[in-house]
Design a protein around this ligand. Structure first.
Ligand SMILES: [Zn+2]
Length: 278
């Protein structure tokens, strides 16, 4: 096996949790499911001297942090969580950004050496949306303007590659698929691990019930917090389901309410877990 086809180590890193979020604000059809303390996470992929993130989490150290308006009371800096694995921010070589919402892209500025891999339609659609008059503000309610500024800074430094749709081996063994729906240019990530091909959901999926159906009848359920169409969302869920062959064990849901049950915990800080997924 050459170094180019060795499996990636995969770690899911939890760093925040919301409080008492109504499920129905997230997933259509969950009006009877009450409220949830929703976990927030990102993923670290390691191989050789590459340290790759899928999403970055967000920073809320200052009292005027954008994220504070969403009522996320439990939070540890993603940089501190990475330090638990002995990784400093300068050692992150690449970041796959699933989408530009603040809770996924909000700390790209913490990683000054990283190359960003994001869908062209994702970044450009947000530049367009944020320029619209304030009456269109619903579209950008979860977009931190400072995150877009940081993305522009990284672009000026030639650290951003804009991907146009599906692409295999963006890095050897890491593939992206356009997963439009939650956002226009959302992507999900497939990684070759020792446990086979794992799919990292981005926000295409919040709950496994979106794949299995609320009544376990296999009828896909869309999100209620999307700016793209229901039709696109269901096609995306179907692509994910096909990719994992219906095996939910191959799917890493970043907001997994079961907190990646069954996967070994390799570190824990202030109640936040790092689990080994592959
Ligand atoms: Zn999102």
């Amino acid at each position: 096996m050459t170094s180019d086809n060795k499996p990636w180590e995969v770690y899911v890193i939890e760093f925040a949790r919301s409080k008492q979020q109504p499920w129905v604000d997230l997933v259509a059809g969950m009006y009877d499911d009450g409220k949830v303390d929703l976990p927030f996470s990102f993923v670290l992929l390691r191989r050789g001297d590459r340290n790759v993130l899928v999403d970055t989490g967000f920073i809320q150290e200052s009292s005027d942090a954008f994220s504070l308006r969403f009522g996320i009371p439990y939070w540890v800096s993603p940089v501190r969580m990475l330090a638990e694995l002995g990784i400093g921010p300068g050692a992150i070589t690449d970041i796959f950004v699933t989408h530009a919402h603040f809770d996924h892209m909000g700390s790209i500025a913490e990683f000054p050496n990283a190359n960003l891999h994001i869908q062209k339609s994702e970044l450009l659609s947000w530049y367009e949306a944020i320029a619209l008059p304030p009456r269109f503000g619903y579209l950008t309610a979860i977009i931190d303007p400072d995150t877009l500024r940081a993305a522009l800074d990284a672009s000026v430094e030639h650290r951003v590659s804009l991907i146009d749709g599906d692409k295999d081996d963006v890095l050897p063994g890491i593939h992206v698929r356009l997963g439009s729906g939650h956002t226009i240019g959302q992507q999900f990530v497939i990684v070759q691990s020792a446990r086979g091909r794992l799919v990292i959901s981005g926000d295409c999926v919040y709950s496994s019930r979106q794949l299995t159906g609320h009544k376990h009848d296999g009828v896909y359920a869309p999100l209620n917090n999307a700016v793209g169409s229901v039709w696109e969302q269901l096609k995306t869920i179907d692509r994910i389901n096909t990719e994992i062959g219906g095996d939910l064990g191959q799917l890493i849901i970043l907001h997994d309410i079961e907190r990646w049950k069954g996967l070994p915990i390799v570190a824990e800080l202030e109640g936040f877990r790092i689990v080994r997924a592959g």
